[in-house]
Each structure stands twice: as structure tokens, then as C-alpha cells.
Design a protein around this ligand. Sequence first.
Ligand SMILES: [Zn+2]
Length: 232
Amino acid sequence: MDVLSISILIRRKHRCSRKFLICDMFYLVRTPWWLRRIYSSLIWRMPASREKVLYLTFDDGPHPVATPFVLDQLQKYRARATFFCIGKNVQEYPQLYNRVLTEGHRTGNHTQNHLNGWKTDDTAYMQNVRDAARHIDTDLFRPPYGRVRFRQAALLRGAPFYYKVIMWDVLSADFDRDLSAGQCANTVIRYGRPGSIVVFHDSEKAFDRVREALPAVLDHFSRLGYRFESIP
Ligand SMILES: [Zn+2]
């Protein structure tokens, strides 16, 4: 069993269409220390320093509506961020991908087709990573769903890519349609601290929450004297 599957700390119930059946969606809004220690070869937050720096990340783009919105917001606050892109979306929206880079942000590989590492054998997984690498020139990688096996993580970190595998310590949970934008923003405001890596999504699914949560987060941390940087 993979350790990430022991995600019992936060448990949200969802009604399913089938009668009498309750589905559970599990995720952690804050990554616990023991999970970071077990997966210590992955990067969960940037080294703590006295400087107030937050590392905002955006997964699953580029998207024709969400990505321009996010870029405009970042520009307002002179913020830099990191975009973990899906290869097929980069192929579909190359101009948007170029805009991300032109505006000084970094990009990372998020596989070609958003594969779940737990459900994909290592060979197929690495082939999908290679497919995305043809469109995304980077040494940063984030596994879709945060689900990656130890062996896959080792392959990602080895030749020829030598990826830094970037996880997070604060999850906005903007993908959760049961949450309001305010709840997503408050999660980040509550748990964000110097060096935090924060997850948002520039995707269709998350946009209803991101459009309000992101400006609130940028505003809050700017007032506290934070800078926003891309992952080096
Ligand atoms: Zn993703």
C-alpha cells in the first residue's frame, strides 16, 4: 500500500448517484510532517528563511479562460509562479504556454495526459512523461493527483531528466465543488507561511473558486509583506 493512500485526516463525504451509497473523497489541505519525511526525496516546501516568500503553483493548464485570468492577477501583484502543465494542453494552446514563459513564470511537466501513477505501470508512466517533455522544457515535475510510486519517483529523479519532483505543503482544494471560494482562500491564508508551496489549478473545474480565491490570497499575503516567486 502506498503511504499517500492513508489520507485519513480530512474526509469529505459526497453523495453518489447510486442509492444508499456514499463516496468519500480524501485529501489533505496541509501536508503532515510524517508524509514529508517518508517521501523525503520529493520537495514539499522551500527551505524556511526569514524572508516572506510564497511559491504559488498552478496545475493542469494551459486553459483558454483560467490561464489568462491567473496571469493577469499575478501581473497586478508583480507575482511570479510555477505552472505544472499537461503536455496535450500545451500542444493545444501553444500561445498561452508562451505567454506564461514570456511573463517570467516557470513551467513544470505534469505528464502528457494527466496520468495517475498508482494506476499506471512504470514504463507507460515514463513514456507519458517523455511525451510531455517534448513540449515542456523544464527540470520540474509534479505528479498528477500527487500520486506517484517510489520507483516512479526514482526514475523521474534519474537520467536523462533529473527532475526535481515538486509536491506541496498547502492545498487550496479549489477542485472541490462543495467548497466556496472563500473556504479555499481561507485554507491558504491559514496554513501559508514563509517557503510554502501552494497548489491552485488553472483549469475548467477549479475556475469558479480560483477567480475569487486567488485575488484574496494575493491581496492578503501582499499586505503581510510577502513576495511571490517561482520555484527555482
Ligand atoms: Zn493535475
